[in-house]
Design a protein around this ligand. Structure first.
Ligand SMILES: [Zn+2]
Length: 92
């Protein structure tokens, strides 16, 4: 897995539709990201209405990107996030 668990504070929160749309945008923007993520995460169960998700600032691209939760990491007890700015993945 390419990801490292890093500790930093969440940047903001987003709704389930915002999260799903942001992850989809990242998958479309970065070739191969969808397939790689699919091999490394377990999808979330359906979100409850009104559920909010944390968003983090990417530590690797000068803070321009945002990390959006894409699923649960398969190999560790963590959230699997994808960056909408650089296409990297991180565990949170
Ligand atoms: Zn990034």
């Amino acid at each position: 897995m390419s990801s490292n668990i890093a500790q930093n504070y969440p940047y903001s929160r987003e709704t389930e539709p915002e999260r799903a749309a942001a992850v989809e945008r990242a998958y479309q923007a970065f070739e191969g990201l969808r397939d790689r993520a699919a091999g490394e995460l377990t999808p979330f169960p359906p979100a409850a209405p009104g559920e909010l998700w944390w968003v983090w600032a990417c530590p690797d691209d000068g803070g321009a990107g945002r990390l959006h939760a894409a699923g649960y990491a398969r190999e560790r007890r963590a959230l699997y996030t994808v960056c909408d700015g650089c296409g990297r993945t991180f565990l949170r």
